[in-house]
Design a protein. Sequence first.
Length: 154
Amino acid sequence: MSTDNGKVIADNRKARHDYHILSRIEAGIALAGTEVKSLRAGKANLADSYALFEQGEAFLLNLHISPYDPASRFNHDPLRKRKLLMHRAELRRLRVQIEQKGLTLVPLRLYFNVAGLAKVELALAKGKKAHDKREATKDREWKRQQARLMKDRG
């Protein structure tokens, strides 16, 4: 799987189902050497991960990067807290929006950009209610059925 931005490592499809995506932001991640090697092997999972602010800095929690087998005893903790790398003004703007509007910062994709740097696409999102999720599922099913009908007619 790849995009015009580079090679996609992990995609958080559950976030698109659970949240209304309001805006998207790209950020770098501070990683250890064994984490980068593990990411190049495609061993990462974004499910249930989220971003949190602590002392003016943003951190990514619950991002699971599997240990790199050849590293043996020099490996990293798979679920450690990872610092997000963004400009200070961008961090301030996000923090204000999260605190005032009750929004959440959720990772959507983890990828290597064209320069080979690990990046994460974050979304400023608002949680969906159960009825919103049901409605989205109903709309998706209806569009599939329409496509099938059009295919059969043509």
